[in-house]
Structures are given as C-alpha cells and as structure tokens.
Design a protein around this ligand. Structure first.
Ligand code: MF3
Ligand code: CO
Ligand code: CO
Length: 278
C-alpha cells in the first residue's frame, strides 16, 4: 500500500530553503578537498558551518534507523571503493582519490539531501568516466520526472545508461521520499522497467541518488555497521539531488551557486523538447 505524501506550499517553501542550505555546504567544502586533509577534518568543517553559519542541524548525527547503531558523524565521506555511508575519521586523502560527500541538513524541521563527487588531484581516466556517467545517470533519472510518469521510468534510464557504459547499479540502496522525515516513501530504485511502480503526482518530493560501480554491483558491509564497499573493491560513484514534482515537470531543490550545471545530454534533451523543462 503506497502512501507517498503530497507536500503543501508551506512544505515546499521549507524544502527549498533546506535544499539550498545542503547544497551550500558542498560549495563551502569544495576548496578544502585536497591531498593531506582527513575525512574527519572535512566532517568537522562541514559540521561547524552547518551549526554556526547556517544554524542548520546535520541530520546524519545520531541518526539510527531500525537495525543500525547511531551514526556518529555529521556527514558521509565515501572514498574510492566505498559505495556510501563512509564514516569520517583519520583517513588522509591523497592525489588520485575520489570522494563522495553526502550532506543532509535539517532547517525549520525540513530535510535537504544532496551529494557530489570530488577528485583529489587529477583523476584516473576510469575515475573521471565513472564520475561523469554517474552524474549523467542522476540527471537522466531526474529528467523523467513529471506528473503521470512512473518511478520505473527513472530507474530504467539510470540502469540503461550505467550498463551501456559497462558499469553496474547498486541495488541495496535507493533514493527516497523526504520532507519533515529524512527517509520516507517512496523508494526510488535506480534500476527497473518503464511504466512500472508508482505514478508521480505534483507535490511529491524525493531524492535521486544512483550508486554506480566500475565493477560488479555486489557490496559488503564493514564492521562499523555503516560503511558499504564494493565486494570486488572496484571504484564506486554517487551523485544526489532532492527533487520536487511540479505541475509541468520537476524542480531541483538542492541548488546553490557552486553546483555543477546539468550535463550536455540533458541540455540537448531539453533543447529538442522544451515542454519537458520544469
Ligand atoms: N544522506 C544519505 C542518503 O542520501 C543517508 C545517510 S544516513 C547516515 O540517504 F546516517 F549515514 F548519515
Ligand atoms: Co538521500
Ligand atoms: Co544523501
């Protein structure tokens, strides 16, 4: 039985603010992502920025879904073969590393959730291609969002694009509805078939956050109860936005001055079918 909440205009206004703040934490931290910094220092800087500059609350800190232990830090830092939920600590970044930084803030009770990939020094050809394909996967999924579309339409384009590139889609984690609650219905799978699962209605808000592996899709959980790595130790990448279904399409809520532009494949799509634009 599905119970996807439809946000009120008040909710939407609150979610725009939370989304912008989450994206602005990523803008703030970007210049610090260099060889020699630890993931713990990145966490400390983001935590202080949220609490002292934004007066926002880091949603991950002490977050404790059923079956988990409380998450000990303010952000997630997932380096190289870490798929997601990497816990910041004494890990020192070195040139050639790739890192996903995932930020969720709470402001006035509303959650904004977004993540980006960063390269430490020049990336390998594979790391760059994996990052770019994953970014395209997220945007291709987002570009399907409009009233009447199906959740399966989103998963399908993401899976198709990732697998065509020779990469694989992680199945165990997915996007999610979000609002006053961090993770709510629906589950937004990053694989699937067009025309399946729930139909979208204006006022729904959910994340699109594909995790794409350079090797096989299998994962393993580390002993800390949170960190997820690829089983074959291949690189993994992830990008995430929080998105509102509008009357005509979509609105990305996790926007900021420093956010990367949509990839060329999306601009081209929009140029050929302007009606698809939110
Ligand atoms: N931000 C993650 C997501 O996109 C969730 C992290 S849960 C945490 O859904 F506790 F690990 F922070
Ligand atoms: Co999320
Ligand atoms: Co997130």
């Amino acid at each position: 039985m599905s119970a996807i909440s439809i946000k009120t205009s008040e909710d939407i206004a609150g979610m725009r603010i939370a989304g912008k703040l989450a994206a602005e934490v990523l803008d703030f931290i970007e210049p610090h992502i260099k060889a020699g910094i630890t993931t713990g220092e990145i966490d400390r800087l983001c935590h202080e920025y949220m609490v002292n500059v934004q007066q926002s609350i880091p949603a991950p800190l002490n977050y404790c879904p059923p079956g988990y232990t409380p998450y000990p830090k303010a952000i997630c830092t997932s380096v190289n073969d870490v798929v997601c939920h990497g816990i910041p600590g004494d890990k020192l970044l070195k040139n050639g590393d790739v890192i996903n930084i995932d930020i969720t803030v709470i402001k006035n009770g509303y959650h904004g959730d977004t993540s980006r990939m960063f390269y430490v020094g020049p990336p390998s050809i594979l790391a760059k291609r994996l990052g770019e394909i994953t970014y395209e996967c997220m945007w291709l999924g987002i570009s399907k969002i409009k009233p009447g579309a199906f959740l399966g339409d989103i998963g399908f384009v993401i899976q198709q694009h990732a697998e065509k590139a020779g990469f694989s889609v992680v199945r165990e984690f997915c996007g999610h509805g979000i609002g006053k609650v961090f993770h709510e219905e629906p589950q937004v799978l990053h694989y699937g078939r067009p025309g399946t699962l729930e139909q979208l209605v204006a006022g729904m808000i959910f994340t699109v956050e594909p995790m794409i592996n350079a090797g096989r899709r299998d994962i393993r959980e580390m002993g800390d109860g949170w960190t997820i790595k690829t089983k074959d130790r291949s690189l993994s990448a992830q990008w995430e936005h929080t998105v509102l279904v509008t009357e005509t399409g979509y609105e990305v809520l996790t926007v900021s001055p420093g956010m990367p532009s949509p990839p060329a494949i999306i601009s081209e799509q929009h140029a050929s079918s302007p009606a698809a634009i939110a």
